[in-house]
Design a binder for this molecule. Structure first.
Ligand SMILES: CC(C)(COP(=O)(O)OP(=O)(O)OC[C@H]1O[C@@H](n2cnc3c(N)ncnc32)[C@H](O)[C@@H]1OP(=O)(O)O)[C@@H](O)C(=O)NCCC(=O)NCCS
Length: 155
């Protein structure tokens, strides 16, 4: 398993990975309508655009991409950053790939320059991020209007 920076040629494969994971895993925590709306914003062109504004990484097995994750500024700030688009293929979950993605993001310059990291987390991923040392922002442990929980870590 290797981790490398995303390349534009990866956009379709990464989009497919995310969509598969949303449909097979995230669906247990969200309505089908919510998932299908999200999928509209996870098309290859959306991934390409996101990779222009973040440091976007992919985890590669021998023959395919099995995970992804990105870090970028939190609302343009230089001392706060945010994680985006952390996904692991359903049949590769529970084997330490998510941890590898977070460890990679936590070595990135956007992490190292930040005093605070905020994650707009899916309901599905909250136990994972808590395991990675992130805590509820302002102690709020219920989803907001977007169906997300805000987690954070101070450095
Ligand atoms: C969340 C996700 C990225 C985690 O990836 P993963 O490869 O399965 O995670 P790992 O195997 O590296 O797990 C790391 C640690 O977190 C724990 N963990 C992971 N998911 C967990 C869960 N749902 N509940 C409790 N603990 C969990 C693991 O037990 C492991 O702990 P350990 O190292 O002490 O054994 C993956 O499950 C996923 O893609 N989920 C669906 C998409 C999603 O919601 N993405 C986040 C968008 S914000």
């Amino acid at each position: 398993m290797t981790v490398r920076r995303f390349l534009p040629k990866d956009s379709k494969e990464v989009s497919d990975l995310i969509i598969k994971t949303l449909r097979e895993v995230s669906i247990k925590d969200y309505s089908a309508e919510y998932i299908e709306n999200l999928i509209q914003r996870m098309q290859p062109e959306n991934i390409l655009k996101r990779a222009e504004h973040t440091h976007f990484y992919v985890v590669c097995a021998v023959d395919r991409i099995v995970g992804c994750g990105a870090i970028g500024p939190f609302w343009g700030k230089t001392d706060e950053s945010s994680f985006f688009t952390v996904f692991v293929l359903p049949d590769h979950q529970g084997r330490g790939i998510g941890r590898k993605i977070i460890e990679t993001l936590e070595k990135d310059e956007y992490y190292l320059r930040a005093k605070r990291i905020e994650i707009p987390a899916s309901i599905t991923a909250v136990p994972f991020y808590i395991k990675m040392g992130y805590t509820y922002k302002n102690g709020i442990d219920i989803p907001d209007g977007e169906g997300l929980l805000r987690l954070e870590k101070f450095r």
